[in-house]
Design a protein around this ligand. Structure first.
Ligand code: CTP
Ligand code: CA
Length: 230
């Protein structure tokens, strides 16, 4: 059977995507992590690839198969992720779906920490580099369309608006990750797309969808925007 040719609206575009959690070592056998499954970022990578884009996916540790036709770079920590993202530039579009750990352990042990009987080991946390903000604020190498996510458990839209301003990205995909929503690790997502409209911010609230549907919808929005500007 001959299938009709699929539309490839992102043909010739290079898209860089981050996904998954990061792992921040405490010692050689322990780490700090979060509940991100990587499903949303992987779904976006697959949808962008299906739309004809050249996709580079920089992923933290996840339990998912690499999407076919996508170049996947596997990393552990936030600092590794930033390094691989920078090494993957230039890109036409960058989408930061990773749940990057905000802090790492400054005094991570070279050997396994041992119980001493005299209390807890004093872990000193330091802030990780902000990958989205770093890339949004690049000069010449900044991708023309930079999209971030805002994972919130309260004040979703207000926090997402503030993030859009603070990070310097073009769009924010805001999602409620309160435990009751089941978004973290689950198959569905309820998102609000914040885009800049001159000095205003436009908020588009989508109905609850599978993470694949969110990915398809986001890629369709990207395709129509890219068409308008090029
Ligand atoms: N992000 C990033 N690097 C970090 C932290 C976050 O690239 N070190 C990106 C995420 O991939 C996401 C966006 O920034 O696209 C927002 O992440 P989020 O955790 O919601 O925001 P933070 O700025 O870390 O603020 P907070 O967690 O305190 O709400
Ligand atoms: Ca964060």
């Amino acid at each position: 059977l001959l299938r009709p040719p699929q539309p490839r609206p992102l043909a010739g575009k290079r898209i860089l995507i981050t996904a998954g959690p990061t792992h921040e070592p405490i010692d050689p056998v322990r780490y700090i992590a979060n509940r991100s499954s990587g499903k949303q970022g992987f779904a976006i990578a697959a949808a962008a690839q299906a739309a004809g884009a050249d996709v580079i996916l920089v992923s933290g540790p996840v339990d998912l198969d690499d999407p076919s036709g996508v170049t996947v770079k596997h990393v552990e920590s936030a600092r590794d992720m930033l390094q691989q993202v920078e090494a993957s530039l230039p890109a036409d579009i960058a989408i930061f779906a990773a749940a990057v750990a905000d802090w790492r352990v400054a005094n991570a042990g070279e050997q396994k920490l041992k119980k001493t009987g005299s209390g807890m080991p004093p872990l000193q946390l330091v802030e990780n580099p902000d990958i989205l903000a770093t890339i949004s604020k690049l000069g010449e190498k900044r991708p023309p369309l930079v999209i971030g996510f805002a994972a919130e458990t309260e004040h979703l839209i207000d926090n997402a608006r503030a993030k859009l301003a603070r990070k310097g990205c073009d769009w924010i995909v805001a999602n409620d990750v309160s435990p009751a929503t089941g978004v973290m690790g689950g198959d569905r997502n309820t998102v609000h797309l914040l885009t800049r409209d001159g000095a205003d911010i436009n908020v588009d609230s989508w109905p609850v969808m599978t993470k694949e549907q969110v990915a398809t919808e986001l890629v369709a929005r990207i395709a129509s925007t890219v068409e308008k500007v090029s």
